[in-house]
Design a protein around this ligand. Structure first.
Ligand SMILES: Nc1ncnc2c1ncn2[C@@H]1O[C@H](COP(=O)(O)OP(=O)(O)O)[C@@H](O)[C@H]1O
Ligand SMILES: [Mg+2]
Length: 359
């Protein structure tokens, strides 16, 4: 078991810098998720740690050992891909044994490791089948088992759940969380899915165009997004962003929306300029209330069972998503009233940097 350190790591493809001087410390036993949109460099970074891509500049250490110039097999890592990459002509058992045989692991040791991994992933009954005789979910469990039998110091997962259907994705996600609890091995997991990131991570690393936007616990990222980019990437429905003008009262920012509504925020005005900015309001802080201060119109009503999302329009035409109880009387076209909790508002300055409650 070991932590991972990246120092000023860069990578170019042709003239394009896809990883830009990135530094990061991952603690031993930590479950870290790289989260970001397609093309931001998640896979490249993971492959650099695995040794499947070279490092142009900087250094990578696993534990005390500098590994960025070592061959992949000498790094003590095991990687699981979105595409399972199993050998189709070999049985599951032989797929699991293959890498271990190659490095001369004794037969009884291989059998024991396969036994343990098969038990923990409930694939014992599949060991004599070929990958072609397995469902997608079973194949992915075999791919995870193949990583486990290597007993690596570090697991690397590249969107391993993306090919699974929705129910299986949720189940496998839970199993990965349990696997991490059981093994306690350091894990790095790449995804573009914020729900996977929120549910699995000890810490999330939000990446944008080859740079780190923010590193934090899931709730840090949700409650104190460092930038507009992070705020819009995490949370469903997407955070409401509206233009506001800011003024100061008792050191706090007062935000005026386009329809004239003023909201007292809990954001310190220090570090922000008066005038134009953007306010970020999550749907759970914009509620439908008969005595709400803000007049709006319900355009689309989405009933999700446990809650109802109301896509509303304010008097000036600006749009935002409000939340109501699961059983909601609101229908599309209704005139409604909104109660907005200004104390939960985020503010974003002209550079897109986030400012939050100073509590
Ligand atoms: N082998 C390659 N050759 C050239 N460009 C590449 C190569 N691999 C990745 N890229 C580019 O690097 C960027 C980051 O890719 P990638 O790491 O796969 O992103 P992600 O996994 O976040 O979707 C993208 O612009 C992609 O097109
Ligand atoms: Mg990728």
């Amino acid at each position: 078991m070991a932590g991972v350190t990246l120092r000023d790591v860069s990578k170019r493809f042709g003239g394009v810098e896809v990883i830009r001087g990135l530094s990061l410390d991952i603690a031993e036993r930590e479950f870290v998720v790289f989260l970001g949109p397609s093309g931001c460099g998640k896979s490249t970074l993971l492959r650099m740690i695995a040794g499947l891509e070279s490092v142009d500049e900087g250094a990578i250490h696993i534990g005390e050992r500098r590994i960025d110039a070592l061959p992949p097999g000498d790094r003590g890592v095991a990687m699981v891909f979105q595409h399972y990459a199993l050998y189709p002509h070999m049985s599951v058992r032989d797929n699991l044994a293959f890498g271990l045989k190659n490095i001369g692991t004794p037969g009884n040791e291989i059998a024991a490791r396969i036994d343990t991994a098969a038990q923990s992933l409930e694939i014992g009954h599949l060991l004599d089948r070929k990958p072609g005789q397995l469902s997608g979910g079973q194949r992915q469990r075999v791919a995870i088992a193949r990583a486990i039998v290597k007993q690596p110091q570090l697991f690397l997962f590249d969107e391993p759940l993306s090919n699974l259907d929705a129910a299986l994705r949720v189940r496998t996600r839970l199993e990965l969380a349990q696997l991490h609890q059981r093994l306690g091995t350091t894990m790095i997991f790449v995804t573009h899915d914020q729900v996977e990131a929120m549910t699995l991570a000890d810490r999330i690393v939000v990446l944008n165009e080859g740079r780190i936007e923010q590193v934090g616990t899931p709730m840090d990222i949700y409650l104190r997004p460092a930038s507009r980019f992070v705020a819009t990437f995490v949370g469903s429905p997407t955070i409401n962003l509206l233009p506001v003008t800011l003024a100061e009262e008792d050191g706090r920012a007062i935000a005026t929306l386009g329809d004239g509504t003023t909201l007292r925020t809990a954001v310190a005005m220090a570090g922000m300029a008066a005038g134009d900015a953007q306010i970020g309001l999550r749907a759970e802080h914009v509620r439908i209330r008969t005595d709400g201060a803000v007049a709006a119109n319900a355009r689309v009503v989405e009933r999700l069972g446990e809650r109802t999302l109301v896509h509303a329009q304010l008097a000036d035409g600006s749009a935002l998503v409000a939340e109501d109880a699961g059983i909601s009387a609101v229908r599309a076209g209704d005139a409604i009233r909104l109660s907005i909790d200004g104390s939960a508002a985020h503010l974003f300055d002209a550079d897109g940097r986030g400012h939050h409650t100073s509590l």
